[in-house]
Write a protein that binds this ligand. Structure first.
Ligand SMILES: *Cc1c(COP(=O)(O)O)cnc(C)c1O
Length: 348
């Protein structure tokens, strides 16, 4: 049976073209700074986002954790939305790596307003409080159902940060999805963020890798932290070549993933077992089931038809579209979603 894997956009496998690029990569020892492909990826990604320098890392968790480590000291605090990956899904790494605390904002579908950010800044001259140092945004917001910040919203939060001398970090695990949906330019991001984590192994389809962007000084310090975390890789150019290929070939097609996610949303809204769907903005579809199925029963029912989905909490399920979800897989999924309805839709 053909498997349609909608659990995450991390499940993609390298395409033949990407494998070819990997096989023919020019490599060297990247800890010595001698890997041409890594150097090319770092400068290409930095240029794309209007930033000075980049640092290739094995994962988005590492790029986020390094950025937070460089921006903070112990006894300082990071402001982020309560749904943020850096808080929910990085194993408590901020406490472990940076000994910093977190101020959690109850935003809307993962997004904070400038007013909410400002309201969480601690009074700087009161020793009872941790010292606010960093604000971290996530774009798109995973737990928010793939919502995105527009450049105007980013600019407004950036103004709050500048006014209070706070650094602004972006967890851009799906930043290219945000750019595809908003039409904003990557170049503009460099004006507002002090650091950006860009993931190449999600929607862009590379097997491994994220790039951390910032000023040259920031990236020099980040390089030291990467080394101490064990992230100094040697002939990493084979991986970097896949990332370069992904940037060159897999950005333009993201709209297609968004269109497929919209079709899944529409099909779910036609069924009798879905209570609600978070309005789809990019490639993530999060929905709540009514009492007809539990999330586990529903995920199992899909699995029996060759469709893999992620249970996302009680009665909640997540689909993510990506490079390896073909048109034919989408059609199969749409049919299965309809068939799982107890009262199949009748067309007049
Ligand atoms: C996937 C993801 C990351 C990083 O994940 P890794 O698996 O460590 O590469 C960071 N932030 C968000 C929002 C993500 O979805």
């Amino acid at each position: 049976m053909q498997i349609t894997d909608l659990r995450s956009d991390t499940v993609t496998k390298p395409t033949p073209g990407m494998l070819q690029a990997m096989f023919s990569a020019e490599v060297g020892d990247d800890v010595y700074g001698e890997d041409a492909s890594v150097n090319a990826l770092e400068s290409k990604t930095a240029a794309l986002f209007g930033m000075e320098a980049g640092l290739f890392c094995p994962s988005g968790t590492m790029t986020n954790q390094i950025a937070i480590k460089v921006h903070t000291q112990p006894l300082t605090e990071v402001i982020c939305d309560i749904t943020a990956h850096i808080y929910q899904y990085e194993g408590g790494g901020i406490a472990f790596n940076s000994a910093a605390s977190m101020a959690l904002v109850h935003g809307t579908r993962g997004k904070m307003t400038p007013q909410q950010v400002e309201a969480h800044i601690r009074p700087p001259d009161n020793i009872h409080f941790p010292e606010t140092k960093l604000v971290a945004l996530e774009n798109t917001c995973n737990k928010g159902g793939g919502t995105y910040y527009s450049i105007e919203e980013i600019a407004a939060i950036s103004r709050v940060c500048r006014r209070h001398q706070l650094a602004l970090h972006l967890d851009g695990a799906r930043v290219f999805n945000a750019l595809a949906a908003s039409g904003d330019s990557a170049q503009d991001y460099g004006r507002y963020f002090d650091s950006i984590s860009v993931c190449l192994s999600k929607g862009l389809g590379a097997p491994v890798g994220s790039v951390l962007l910032g000023s040259s000084g920031f990236v020099n310090r980040a390089r030291r932290v990467r080394k101490v975390l064990g992230g100094g890789m040697r002939q990493a150019g084979y991986l970097a070549a896949a990332c370069i290929y992904a940037l060159d070939h897999h950005v333009e097609r993201l709209q297609e993933d968004h269109r497929k996610a919209k079709e899944l949303e529409a099909a779910l809204l036609q069924t009798d077992y879905v209570e609600s769907v978070l309005p789809v903005e990019t490639n993530i579809v999060i929905f709540r089931l009514n009492a007809v199925y539990s999330d586990k029963a529903f995920v199992d029912a899909l699995a029996s038809k060759g469709i893999r989905a992620a249970s996302f909490g009680p009665q909640m399920v997540r689909f993510v579209t990506h490079l390896d979800v073909t048109e034919q897989m989408l059609q199969h999924t749409l049919q299965v979603l309809q068939a799982l309805s107890r009262t199949p839709v009748t067309t007049a």
